[in-house]
Design a protein around this ligand. Sequence first.
Ligand code: B16
Ligand code: MG
Length: 221
Amino acid sequence: MIRAALFDLDGVIVDTAKYHYLAWRRLAAELGFVFTETDNERLKGVSRMRSLDLLLEAGGFPENSFTATQKEELAARKNAWYVEYISRMTPGEILPGVLPFLAGARADGVRTALGSASRNTGIILDRLEIGTLFDTVVDGTMVTRTKPDPEVFLRCAARLGGIPAGECVVFEDAEAGIEAARAAGMRSVGIGTPQRLKQADLVVPGFGGITWQEIKNQLST
Ligand code: B16
Ligand code: MG
């Protein structure tokens, strides 16, 4: 039986990856190199500081090119631009089918949670006006270990009143997130392609035209 549905934010509820990309690309330009959309794929679902390391690697900077303080400053600069972009978001940017899907799960008595690596989750939920659709939210300000560590999803289940992992399903677009769900002992639905999200129990391209009941039935067969 599934009693809880846990949703990632970026890439599942909304496409904030494009704003992350714009901000990282701007930082790369200041550092003197071109950061491509393909390079950006590796940053999805991973923490801000790990993303910075991957960006510097893509720019060909040897390890230890920057001190910890300099890296904090670079990440803060990128985040300020990112916050500027997401502060202009509107509810129209919620991905297709998300709202009816969430409503279907809630109408079925399923508890809902948001589990994101982002430390900017609060701003995004406010801009999209969807904070009240989740029974609980666990974000990057509340965890010490980021995906693929299961901490974020285990905390969601605990905050929902201790729902056993086997009764939770995670919706994720990033490989690191699917790994986190598996490590938590939860089932997972990948949002994307089966080629990329090989470890997911089920993969769908998005929520458009898919109902909660269909997903539930497919997971219980
Ligand atoms: P921030 P998710 C993740 O969100 C993004 O996918 C990832 O690209 C980003 O680096 C991470 O949040 C941290 O975000 O810089 O806003 O704290 O997919 O876990 O919802
Ligand atoms: Mg994501």
